[in-house]
Design a protein around this ligand. Structure first.
Ligand code: ARG
Length: 458
């Protein structure tokens, strides 16, 4: 007998090249646990509505557990002749149970089965990713607290701009990863809608109870249109988009830290265990992990492109093209999951070179904007203050000095009376202390945010 589940209509064997070209088992075997879980719920439901006897359902559920154990222990044999994980498991079931096994696929198609499995898998992945993001946020928060006294130059255009507390810097990424977590939670709502029961495309004439399966598998709702179900990969586009944003966040941070470990910056020491050396240059310590976090973000974004192009122009309902979704899904997921774990470890174990940072902190006029704001507070119109401070910076460049080193008469010439208070806002420490707006790097504001996040991430 032809061992294909659809063999009845066919004469002779499938061409071996076709089997190799059309298989998906090499990728979708990762879904086995979810496939079995969904099949067990389906079997229970079939018994509830009288399409299986209670003892048939029981033996199916038990046999599926045994198959799961075989797969886990490596005893299970995979073959491209059985195409995908769904066929493998059904085939193994029939080998064990004969005709009872032949009843499991009642009222079900691989078309709704595969989306159900993928949704169950994505749901687990979403929860695990949320956990990894939270670990990273905690590592960032610890680093923020560990470096609470450290002041960093803040940059725009990668040019020195204004001083920021290192804690403020770490809190910035905590915010980004929180939005990433919120996006995943939002995606989960649409993932958690049950496809199973749509059958091939139109539903079934058999008296199935989709709500029973929904309850058993913990879905929030039933997909409302059977035609929509098997062609729906929106949730994968969303999921991989969300993964792409995480990868992009990681890549910007990785680039920052690659720069900060250079001799030119000298801000940061990475742990040896996370760096590699050069086969020819004995002194090298390279930030490969950061470089690869940056580099692998390209793969994740490419995976998103692949999925979007995959669904473009597909007519309703199921089309075999959709089988190609797994490669992009798994690759994007695995890449981001690994990157998040390594990023958290790097944040935990890297150390700032506070002395080296402090040594050059007064370079680059980080206090210029605060000086301008001080002039504004004295009544100088903003544009005039901007112009005047710009000229003072020019003067400093000529004299090779800092703003704090200009004599009082220079400040008096900008605005009479200015010299009285101006030295209290000049210099990085003073400039930093002068901030006050909500969400700013003002020390009190940063402390408030640290306490808030300590609570939220507890
Ligand atoms: N291997 C297929 C996939 O993963 C299973 C669904 C096949 N359905 C079909 N009608 N041929 O998408």
């Amino acid at each position: 007998m032809n061992q294909k589940t659809w063999g009845g209509r066919f004469r002779g064997d499938t061409d071996a090249r076709v089997e190799a070209f059309t298989e998906s088992i090499s990728l979708d075997r990762r879904l086995y646990r979810h496939d079995i879980r969904a099949s067990q719920a389906h079997a229970h439901m079939l018994a509830e509505v009288g399409l299986l006897t209670a003892s048939e359902a029981e033996s199916i559920v038990a046999a599926l557990d045994a198959i799961s154990a075989d797969i886990e222990s490596g005893k299970f044999e995979f073959s491209i002749q059985l195409e995908d994980i769904h066929t493998h498991i059904e085939h193994a079931l029939i080998e064990r149970l004969g005709d009872v096994g032949r009843k499991l696929h009642t009222g079900r198609s691989r078309n709704d089965q595969v989306v159900t499995d993928v949704k169950l898998w994505v749901r687990d992945a979403l929860d695990a990713l949320d956990d990894r993001l939270q670990q990273l946020q905690r590592a960032l928060l610890d680093a923020a607290e560990r470096n609470r006294e450290l002041v960093l130059p803040g940059y725009t255009h990668l040019q020195r701009a204004q001083p920021v507390l290192a804690a403020h810097y770490f809190l910035a990424y905590i915010e980004k990863y929180q939005r990433d977590r919120d996006r995943l939670a939002d995606c989960r709502k649409r993932v958690n809608v049950l496809p199973l029961g749509a059958a091939a495309l139109a539903g079934t004439s058999l008296p199935i109870d989709r709500d029973s399966v929904r309850r058993q598998l913990g879905f929030d709702a039933l997909a409302g249109n059977s035609l929509d179900v098997s062609s729906d990969r929106d949730f994968l586009l969303e999921f991989v988009f969300d993964l792409s944003v995480i990868a992009l966040h990681l890549s910007g941070w990785a680039e920052e830290w690659v720069l900060w470990t250079t001799t030119e910056f000298g801000f940061l020491d990475l742990p040896d265990a996370f760096c590699t050396g050069s086969s020819i240059m004995p002194h090298k310590k390279n930030p490969d992990v950061l470089e690869l976090i940056r580099g692998k973000a390209a793969r994740v974004v490419a995976d998103l492109q692949q999925l979007m192009i995959l669904v473009k122009g597909l007519p309703l309902a199921y089309n075999r093209d959709l089988q190609e979704d797994k490669a992009a899904l798994f690759d994007a997921h695995d890449t981001v999951a690994a990157s998040l774990e390594l990023a958290a470890a790097l944040v935990r174990e890297s150390r700032f070179r506070a002395d080296a940072i402090a040594l050059r902190l007064e370079d680059g006029y980080l206090d210029a904007t605060t000086l301008m704001e001080f002039c504004i507070a004295q009544g100088v119109p903003m544009r005039a203050a901007h112009e005047a401070v710009g000229k003072l910076v020019r003067l400093c460049e000529e004299r090779r000095c800092r703003l704090a080193e200009l004599p009082p008469d220079v400040y008096e010439s900008v605005c009479p009376g200015l010299s009285a208070g101006v030295y209290k806002v000049l210099g990085v420490a003073n400039a930093l202390a002068a901030f006050r707006s909500a969400g700013s790097t003002a020390p009190a504001e940063v402390d408030r945010q640290l306490a808030l996040w300590r609570q939220r991430l507890a």
